[in-house]
Ligand binder design. Structure first.
Ligand code: F6P
Length: 569
């Protein structure tokens, strides 16, 4: 079933009300907190293990009520149910959107059957195959062609076939089996594969070629370079085809929806793990695309990871919109971007292990919601798709927070942290001044988290600056913080596999909420196609083909000519 026409959100009563509120809006977080002692408690919600405090957002009950009305009128809850049921809500590709099925528990009832396929059975058959393979690598039963156990797994993929696995691997490093390491090659810049393989032993290296389509230029080029590297380093460059393919069979596996293309590359389909066209690349981290991570952290941890996603899926499915965390966070984003003019959104994890989280979210959010037409092809009626960005705290504090605190742009922020550190350490000596001997360093770290959200919300008035002894009015102005900079605080007990799954699902459903309100298909990505097509057309020109060069526009032609000149060719 394809989708009905999207509702124009701007035509809803809630939207009109928000327009009116925004026209005379003067946020006053100090005043709101002073006059409403229950604000923090009322706006703090729970989704599985995630405690989410929305109270430092620029909202009050009236705004939230109107936003919720928009969600109801654009049928956010109904469309979520349609997604779970496998309706073809990816309208432009006429596909179901079923990443939520990747984490349904074994034996869930009733079984999910979509387009005649038992989706649950398919998902768990693949999971079992991935687990069995991962166990063999972890135990040393799977060896390279010379009989040595695997020590390094190199995932070759890009976009959703890279960003998810690398982010999760980095986040769950404390769960990685000692003696095993994963690396990730994505860029077609040959420097990437060169640097990632330079110090590797081919006898103990396993490559996973991860590509949904198995047609992506970067991934297939890197896969061929990896195969070439393997043959060369094993001394097989001039060996027989049989010897070469024996080496490939022991050192290459694949993850793809296109198993025929995997076989054509020379990888035994027995060593290929499938998934389905109803999983978008950027929603695929919990499919077989995560095989590198399953090898690194093992089946039990991966099951916990999936359970975390499912807990948040269930939260969204069963919780009224008024308490529904991803829906409310999506609605706040709509308020900030469509009514208050925010153009970007910063995600600031206060846990170093999440250092790739913002990069991961960039694809999830921007490839999903960076669209200018709706799912029926009509133009959108609002701005869509904020720019997501961020870096872990406290590093960001010493880089770009200045602009968030005192710049002229409104930048909503999400602060994410965990209570129990994976690596607790004490500063035994301290400096005797700011840091006392025996200081718990994680507590000091989190003091920064709390301080930043407080500073953003409440700022510092000119009078407070003067009261600290500043008398020069020019300096008073420079030292004043307006406050009223919105943040959402997300606190979890510990960065476990489950909590990580919960965080990812949280953002998947924030994206879903915003996309539904805007009426866009968050599951296609036609906008990446033109550049890919042109790269293939331009490649011969860059390689010196004069006719191809002559066919280019004058700027591109001149740039390529300069490139060739600089290379001395
Ligand atoms: O170019 C964008 C994209 O299609 C992403 O959506 C996808 O995650 C990535 O390329 C990689 O695609 P594949 O997994 O098919 O190699």
């Amino acid at each position: 079933m394809t989708e009905s026409a999207p509702v124009d959100p701007t035509s809803t009563e809630g939207w009109k009300k928000l327009d009116g509120i925004a026209a005379g809006f003067t946020p006053d977080l100090r005043g709101w907190f002073d006059s409403d002692p229950g604000r923090a408690e009322r706006y703090t919600l729970q989704a599985a293990d995630l405690t989410v405090d929305l109270s430092k957002g620029l909202v009050d009950d009236e705004i939230l009520g109107a936003l919720l009305q928009v969600a109801k009128d654009t049928h956010v809850a109904e469309r979520f149910q349609a997604m779970l049921a496998g309706e073809h809500i990816n309208a432009t590709e006429d596909r179901a959107v079923l990443h939520t099925a990747l984490r349904r528990p074994k034996g869930a009832t009733p079984a999910l059957v979509v387009d005649g396929q038992d989706v649950d059975a398919d998902v768990h058959a693949t999971l079992d195959k991935v687990y069995a393979f991962a166990d063999k690598v972890r135990s040393g039963e799977w060896t390279g062609v010379t009989g040595k156990r695997i020590e390094t797994v190199v995932n070759i993929g890009i976009g959703g076939s890279d960003l998810g696995p690398v982010m999760v691997y980095e986040a769950l490093k404390p769960y990685v089996q000692p003696g095993l390491e994963a690396r990730f090659v994505s860029n077609i810049d040959p420097a990437d594969i060169y640097e990632k393989t330079a110090d590797l032993d081919p006898e103990t290296t396993l490559f996973i070629v991860a590509s949904k389509t198995f047609g992506t230029l970067e991934t297939l080029t890197n896969a061929r370079l990896a195969r070439q590297w393997l043959w060369e380093k094993l001394g097989l460059t001039d060996a027989s085809d049989d010897e070469k393919s024996d080496a490939v069979a022991k050192h290459f596996v694949a993850v793809s929806t296109a198993l025929d293309k995997v076989a054509a590359f020379g990888i035994d389909p027995e060593n290929a793990f499938g998934f389905w066209d109803w999983v978008g690349g950027r929603y695929s981290v919990d499919s077989a695309i995560g095989t590198s991570v399953v090898i690194a952290i093992g089946k039990e941890n991966w099951e916990q990871f999936l359970a975390g996603f499912h807990a948040v899926d269930e939260h969204v499915r069963t919780t009224p919109l008024e308490q529904n965390v991803p829906v409310l966070m999506g609605l706040l984003n709509v308020w900030y971007s469509n009514f208050l003019g925010a153009q970007s959104h910063a995600v600031l994890p206060y846990t170093q292990y999440l250092h790739r989280f913002a990069a991961y979210l960039q694809q999830l959010t921007m490839e999903s919601n960076g669209k200018r037409v709706r799912w029926d092809g009509s133009p959108v009626t609002t701005e869509t798709g904020e720019v997501f960005w961020g870096e872990p705290g406290t590093n960001g504090q010493h880089a770009f927070y200045q602009l968030i605190h005192q710049g002229t742009r409104l930048i909503p922020t999400d602060f994410i942290t965990v209570a129990k550190p994976a690596r607790p350490l004490k500063d035994e000596t301290g400096d005797g001044k700011a840091v006392q001997p025996g200081q718990d360093v994680h507590a000091l770290f989190l003091a920064n988290f709390f301080a930043q959200t407080k500073a953003l919300a409440f700022g510092k008035t000119a009078d407070e600056v003067r009261a600290e002894g500043t008398t020069d009015e020019a300096i008073v102005a420079a030292r004043t913080f307006t406050g009223n900079k919105p943040s959402t605080s997300i606190l979890a007990p510990e960065l476990t596999p489950s909590v990580l799954g919960q965080l990812i699902a949280l953002y998947e459903h924030i994206v879903f909420t915003e996309g539904t309100i805007w009426g866009i298909d968050s599951f296609d990505q036609w906008g990446v196609e033109l550049g890919k097509q042109l790269a293939l057309q331009i490649a011969p020109a860059v390689d010196g083909d004069q006719a191809a060069l002559d066919a280019q526009d004058s700027s591109t032609k001149a740039l390529i000519a300069k490139y060739l000149e600089l290379r001395g060719e």
